[in-house]
Design a protein. Structure first.
Length: 348
């Protein structure tokens, strides 16, 4: 089976639409709920078009990072200047970033700015009073769940709302993750899979995580149980527009064994952003503990974690939120990893 041709084509089409908006606007906003694919599309835009610019920077998951570290990344990406961890940005550094945005053709992608304060601090650094002028060579793409945060900075004409996957796209997307290169799928499993796809309502993260969970499982009762849980289970946040997504993600978590559940919770609470070598040092390697790398690979295979391009551990914000909510119900003594001890002792 080719790698998601329908989904990839749709993704590239959306990226081209954003690139067309850049011909008219300097700042473009990508709006949509969690799990709908904003980060995926933002990365696609960056990878397709960053070579057309003199300088470029992809600021991943801005909301979870210290804003000064984000500014340091901009200084590095746009001005080729590296500050040590204990060094602070000075006015000259900030002026360099501004001058680069004015004098060069620059692409900056802000992934999930989160709060108004983050957005304001970055835009103040990146734009001047003429930033929305069509003639500005530098371009900024911002993705966010909340249009209210962006509307005072971005024209309505530069707003792109993320849509749910259409039925054909959703079907192929789920089938790829659930069956991959399987040569034969029973009619009963196919029938249930179509019901699962319908219940996921076109949410990419929901389709991917549940598809990966069911991949390689031929037992019909497991598929029926997943469908029943998806239709009748309750989300853990008390009800919201993300209800289907929460229920889907919870199914995948509930069917992990206890070791992997504990590993997942520790990652959600403590370890996002760490690299592989640090994770292996942090890991509490008891006699009954699984290999840390094997455990990480198992979670990655289920689309519960990912590796960023710089080698750091990445977890989708919805998965991280779910893990932190579940962890509130789990006694710390049940956690298999003890990263908090290492972090407090500055050993990582």
């Amino acid at each position: 089976m080719p790698p998601l041709p329908c989904y990839e084509v749709a993704l590239k089409d959306k990226a081209n639409i954003i690139n067309c908006l850049f011909q008219k606007e300097s700042i473009v906003a990508l709006i949509g709920m969690g799990g709908i694919g904003k980060t995926t599309l933002s990365k696609k835009v960056y990878h397709l078009f960053h070579n057309q610019y003199d300088k470029s920077s992809f600021l991943e998951d801005v909301k979870s990072k210290d804003i000064n570290n984000v500014k340091k990344q901009l200084l590095h990406d746009l001005c080729d200047k590296v500050l040590h961890k204990d060094e602070d940005l000075n006015k000259k550094d900030l002026d360099q970033i501004k001058q680069c945005m004015i004098s060069k053709k620059v692409l900056v992608v802000m992934d999930d700015v989160g709060e108004m304060e983050n957005l304001g601090a970055l835009l103040q650094l990146l734009i001047d009073k003429d930033a929305t002028n069509v003639d500005c060579k530098s371009k900024i793409l911002i993705n966010c769940r909340n249009w209210q945060i962006l509307k005072s900075h971005v024209r309505e004409s530069a707003k792109m709302d993320m849509a749910l996957l259409e039925e054909e796209q959703a079907t192929k997307f789920f089938m790829f993750h659930a069956f991959k290169h399987a040569n034969h799928v029973t009619n009963d499993v196919k029938k249930i899979s179509m019901e699962i796809i319908k219940a996921c309502k076109g949410l990419p993260l929901s389709l991917e995580v549940l598809g990966c969970y069911l991949h390689g499982i031929s037992i019909l009762e497991v598929w029926k149980d997943a469908l029943h849980t998806l239709k009748n289970g309750k989300n853990i946040t008390g009800g919201s527009k993300d209800e289907v997504l929460w229920k889907t993600l919870r199914i995948s978590y509930d069917h992990l064994d206890k070791d992997h559940q504990n590993m997942f919770l520790d990652i959600a609470c403590f370890l996002v952003g760490f690299n592989k070598s640090t994770l292996c040092r942090v890991y509490w390697n008891g006699d009954d503990s699984p290999s840390p790398m094997l455990g990480l690979q198992n979670l990655k295979d289920r689309s519960l974690i990912k590796w960023a391009e710089d080698g750091s551990l990445y977890m989708h914000e919805q998965l991280q939120d779910m893990g932190r909510n579940i962890a509130m119900e789990v006694p710390m003594s049940r956690f298999m990893w003890k990263p908090n001890i290492y972090l407090q002792n500055n050993q990582v």
